[in-house]
Design a protein around this ligand. Structure first.
Ligand code: PMP
Length: 491
């Protein structure tokens, strides 16, 4: 099937018509992905890529059961919410059955950001206190309120950005590069104490904290797992102060952590509010807030046009069914273990692998300039993901310094996929390490500029959609081989 627009035209239109701040993955040499199936993506030349990052396509890209149910419901009824509908109530019932008893009321929305924003509103309505405590390595969404509780985004807002007076920021309990490392005795309690100090300082300043929000596994910091005792200690303290605990399960919920269905269960705590998004619709916009009856009843009014529409909820149910039928939680555990063990096994021979961490299918591999200084190897991480892309494996980077390679693939990922990824990762990293050693480890910028494939057409004049003629199309239509050559040329 011939695409309407060539790769080049699509890129031109993207650059002209879509906000520049909306970054593409592989900005310097983007991919035009035209279809996907299971854990594989296919570009406009038909090339297959192994997808290690699309946690949104939780049960596999375009899973036939999910697609079938969505199509069927789309043809039957796709109204905005506001009518009594079985799909919505059945989905709520099914979702609640996966959670502890106290979490028994749902609100449906269309994105993780909306869910977190509603969670903050619920917390303020219930506690009558508006202030929030969050972690410095957190990301909770793109709405105004959420950017304010997502310190990893401050840098992007502007270097002078200061937290708002209602936001209180505690250190991320990172035992690899935080204040207390894994060798410290009981780092969980020490980090909990840091948060308590932030809480107390807020009180001294006359502020009233209503909620503590955190992911159970802090994905934006590169899959940091808070140490033992951290969450139980904090949840207890927060509640003693008359505040409530919100677990952002947008990344780690729905079985991704392998051991359990929800991330908070890894820490033996039960939150007062849970927010979910990303994976629940397997790519279809769907999100939810699940909370206690008392907290839910404290909000007088709430409407969402699309939240809880029958198509979204039918899809949500189908996703839960696939997770159960295909035993994807235990698969996340086993395949995730294979992935993590694989990275752990290659760690000793790679001077740049500082840390391997994660749980289930949420893995982070932190790259450092050397294991003593732990200086973040940001350029190496960037080069690595471009080099892996050349080997048709899609990975991403996370963390404040973008030096953590993260893997969070669809849960149909296999142990063969896992071994394949680790093997290629090791080969690519070995090349980067030897190049880095030959130009000097502190000079990685130079390696970066010669190896990261820069997009050769970035500086072409911008064109308007009206200027695109059939002729342009023919001229711009590149064969697969020509496109590959274009990439190779710049390498
Ligand atoms: N919370 C977390 C932990 C996230 O990772 C994200 C998205 N990356 C969000 C909230 C926001 O979700 P959305 O982009 O669907 O609004």
């Amino acid at each position: 099937e011939k695409p309407e627009f060539s790769f080049r035209q699509t890129l031109h239109m993207r650059r002209n018509f879509i906000g520049r701040s909306c970054k593409l993955h592989f900005e310097a040499a983007p991919l035009k992905i035209v279809r996907a199936s299971r854990q594989y993506l296919y570009d406009d030349t038909g090339q297959e890529y192994l997808d290690c990052i699309n946690n949104t396509s939780h049960v596999g890209h375009c899973h036939p059961h999910v697609v079938g149910v969505g199509q069927e419901q789309m043809a039957k009824l796709c109204s905005s919410s506001g009518f009594l509908n079985e799909q919505t109530t059945m989905y709520a019932k099914h979702l609640i059955s996966t959670l502890p008893e106290s979490l028994c009321v749902c609100f449906f929305l269309s994105s993780g950001s909306e869910a977190n924003d509603l969670a903050l509103r619920l917390a303020a309505a219930y506690t009558k206190k508006k202030d929030v405590i969050c972690l410095d390595g957190a990301y909770h969404g793109n709405l105004g309120t959420l950017v304010e509780i997502s310190p990893v985004r401050y840098k992007k807002i502007g270097s002078a950005h200061q937290p708002r007076e209602w936001v209180h920021v505690a250190p991320t309990p990172n035992t690899f590069r935080g204040k207390f490392d894994a060798k410290t005795e009981n780092p969980g309690l020490l980090y909990a104490n840091e948060l308590i100090k932030v809480f107390q300082k807020a009180y001294q300043d006359g502020r009233q904290i209503g909620a503590f929000i955190s992911e159970p596994v802090i994905s934006a910091s590169g899959m940091v797992i808070p140490p033992e005792n951290y969450f139980p200690c904090i949840y207890r303290y927060v509640r003693e102060q008359g505040a409530i605990c919100i677990a952002d399960e947008v990344q780690c919920g729905l079985g991704r952590c392998g051991e359990q269905f929800w991330g908070f269960q890894l820490h033996n705590v039960v939150p007062d509010i849970v927010t979910i998004g990303k994976p629940v619709g397997n790519g279809y916009p769907l999100a939810a807030v699940i909370t206690t009856k008392e907290i839910a009843d404290s909000l007088m009014d709430f409407t969402s046009t699309f939240g809880g529409n029958p198509v979204a909820c039918a899809i949500g149910r189908a996703v839960l069914e696939v997770i159960e039928n295909e035993k994807l939680v235990s698969s996340a555990k086993n395949v995730g273990k294979c992935l993590k063990d694989g990275f752990k096994a290659i760690q000793p021979k790679h001077p740049m692998i500082g840390d391997v961490r994660g749980v289930g299918m949420l893995i982070g591999v932190e790259l450092v300039m050397d294991k003593e200084s732990k200086k973040p190897a940001r350029e190496a991480a960037e080069i690595l993901i471009y080099k892996m892309k050349e080997r048709k494996i899609i990975m991403g980077t996370e963390g404040k310094d973008k030096n953590v390679i993260v893997l969070s693939p669809p849960l149909c990922f296999t142990t063969d996929n896992a071994r394949y990824v680790v093997q290629h990762f090791s080969e690519v990293l070995a090349n980067i390490e030897s190049e880095a050693a030959s130009v000097g480890l502190t000079n990685l910028d130079e390696v970066g500029s010669t190896n990261v494939p820069l997009d050769v057409i970035t500086d072409e004049p911008s064109i308007s959609i009206h200027a695109l003629s059939d002729e342009d199309d023919e001229e711009d239509e590149e064969s697969s081989a020509a496109k590959r050559a274009r990439y190779e040329e710049v390498d």
